[in-house]
Each structure stands twice: as C-alpha cells, then as structure tokens.
Design a binder for this molecule. Structure first.
Ligand SMILES: [Zn+2]
Length: 371
C-alpha cells in the first residue's frame, strides 16, 4: 500500500499538518502524511483530531501502515483535512519515554543492570531489569544521577546509520530492525537503537522519582515517576505527610512513630475488650441457671465460646446476625434443617450466621434445645 510520510521523525515537535486519507478499514484510516506516532516500544499511540473526526489511538499494522483509529467511522479515501495532536498527551509520553532511556542507560553504566522490558502506563513508568535483586541505595543513586543529568540539560538527538555501523557500536540493547537503524543519543550518556520519538534535551524531563521495586518472573521490576508525574508525586507525598501530621497531632518527622504507637495501643484495647466481652458473656450465661438456654445478645456470639462449656445445650444469637450453638451434632443438624442458618463446627460447638426472622429462629432453637 502507499506509504505514509512520518513527519515525527523529522520533527518530534510538529503538532499539526494537512493530510489526505489513502486507506480506510472500518474505524481505522491511513494518511499520506502524519504527525501521529503509533504505539510501540512501551509508548502509547497518539490521539487528537482529523478535521471533525476524533482519533482515539494510533497503531502500527503488520506491514508498517500507521493506522489512525477514529472514534466512529473512518473518513473515506480521498478526504482532505487538518490533523492535530493532543499535544499534552503526546509530549508527556515523549518526555517519559526519554526519561526511560536515561534511567536504563544509567542502570547499565553505573550498576551493570540491563533493561528487559518497559511499560508506560497512565501516571507511571515501569522498567523491568535483568537483575535478581537491586538494593534501594543503588536505585536512589540512579535517581540522583538522572536528576543531575536533567539539571545539566544534555542534548538528545536521533540519526540513522547502516546496519553494520550500528552493530559496530556494541550498544547496550540489541538491534531489532533490519536495514538502516535509527539511533537515539543522549549527550555524554547513551546511544541505542530506537524508533521512538524523544524530547530534545534532558532539561525538558523536569525530574524523575524512584517509586518502588517488586520481583516479577525472577527479575526486579522498578517503578518511576517522570516529568509532571514526578512533581505531582512529590506534592502528593508532602500532602499525605502533612494531613497525617494534623490527624495524629504529631510533627511530620514523628508521624511514623506515632502511627506505630497508636497501632499497638489499638491492639491492646482490642485484646482488653475481648477479655471484658468474655467476662460479660459468662455472667449472661450464669444468669440463665443450669438448664437449656436460648439467648439474644448485643455482645458478639463468639465471646460465648468459653461460657458455652456447660452441661445443658445453649444457643446464643447476636444482633449482627451471628450465632453460637453448644449441643449435640444431631441437634445442630436439626437446627440447620429447620432454620435458615449457615455454619459448622465440631465436638459440640457450632458457629455461623442466621438469616431472616429473628423471633422464628429463636423459637425454633428453643423447641430443639428443650426437646
Ligand atoms: Zn526511544
């Protein structure tokens, strides 16, 4: 099919151009020239408009065709119009993709760590490495180096060389294309084969933040925030700390300590409350005397486990729909058959939940227990 002139390789900052439709297929269409970059190398496809048609994505076909995906039906072949990028979307991913080059290059040069896969999701960048483990100090050191490179404003540029010349550079990443190879350079830092599109200077990347790491398929996958996302991440962390500080009435530097102290205090109080509930349950059961008993209580039914260790059968139903039954297995089977209850247990102690009418359940239980 007719080829599309990919204007983004000449100038990654072109936001619009006039173009005409050379092919269409359902909701997708191809143009004689485009500034829209198709999804590839972990970078999402561009969006924007062609005349009044909204373009929601751009994808590369198996034969290299750049397909613009229309929101509705594609315009017909021969249609001429003005193509316009959602620049904010594109520029953000362009900067994030460039930041990925920078981080991967620094990981390679300063920690001998290779990049296996990358993903640019909404709001964060992940770089899957070939390392089985990486210390936090190493990743924080890479973050420092990346931010130093951003402050220096290193030039980023692209060129194209023959395959043999590209091979002779022994780049950190293998060459995945045949024929001529597109290279992307970061001044004093890196050169790799890449068909993506890039910012012109590291200063455009604003800042990067290392977020976290996790092990996946035996490798460390690292997560980063880049450009506006890094700024938003820093501000959101500060907001979280100052809100916590106000909530816990603790200085920002003492927030963790205070949260730990409160967690321990809550655990102690819960233990104490359980002890008191068990004591109250024993008093409630004692007040029933020695005979069979059916009790409805505001205490949790589970608090009666110890108090239920008695001769006569006992059923306790609580206000949150839970019950505890002490009695024979036969009596429990009958209870299950007659009333809408779910649950189980053994050795004379059964627990679960009841549904429906409380009075009916208590009356049924009384009949079974007394009979
Ligand atoms: Zn690239």
């Amino acid at each position: 099919m007719a080829m599309t002139e990919m204007l983004y390789y000449g100038d990654a900052y072109l936001r619009e151009c006039d173009a005409s439709v050379i092919a269409c297929d359902g909701s997708r269409f191809a143009l004689d020239r485009t500034v829209f970059y198709p999804e590839g190398g972990g970078q999402p496809g561009d969006r924007g408009t062609f005349g009044s048609v909204r373009i929601i994505d751009t994808q590369k076909g198996d034969d290299g065709t750049v397909w613009h995906i229309a929101e509705g039906e594609a315009p017909s072949v021969g249609t001429q119009g003005h193509l316009s990028l959602d620049w904010e979307h594109r520029y953000h991913y362009m900067k994030e993709h460039s930041a990925q080059h920078l981080i991967s290059a620094l990981l390679h040069t300063h920690a001998s760590i290779g990049t296996v896969a990358v993903h640019q999701g909404p709001g964060s960048l992940t770089i899957e490495t070939d390392a089985g483990s990486i210390s936090e100090d190493v990743l924080l050191g890479i973050e420092d180096l990346a931010n130093a490179a951003i402050r220096r404003g290193l030039r980023i540029w692209q060129d194209e060389v023959g395959h043999r010349e590209a091979e002779s550079l022994h780049m950190r990443r293998s060459i995945k294309v045949e024929g001529r190879v597109k290279l992307v350079h970061i001044e004093d830092t890196d050169v790799v084969a890449c068909g993506g599109i890039h910012a012109a200077s590291t200063s455009e990347l604003l800042e990067v933040s290392y977020v976290s790491q996790e092990r996946i398929r035996g490798h460390v996958r690292t997560e980063w925030k880049c450009a506006e996302d890094a700024v938003a991440f820093r501000r959101s962390n500060r907001d979280i700390v100052s809100s916590l500080s106000a909530l816990l009435s603790a200085e920002p530097g003492k927030v963790l300590e205070e949260a730990g102290r409160m967690r321990d205090e809550v655990a102690d109080l819960k233990r104490e409350a359980k002890k008191l509930e068990r004591k109250a349950a024993e008093a409630v059961v004692a007040a029933e005397g020695d005979g069979p008993a059916v009790i409805f209580t505001e205490l949790p039914a589970s608090a009666f486990e110890k108090a239920a260790e008695r001769e006569a059968p006992l059923l306790v139903a609580d206000s949150s729909g839970r019950f505890l039954f002490h009695g024979s297995q036969e009596a429990f089977a009958e209870l299950k058959a007659r009333c809408p209850v779910r649950g189980g247990g053994r050795n004379g102690l059964y627990m679960g939940s009841y549904q429906g009418n409380l009075e009916g359940f208590l009356a049924g239980a009384k009949e079974i227990i007394s009979g």
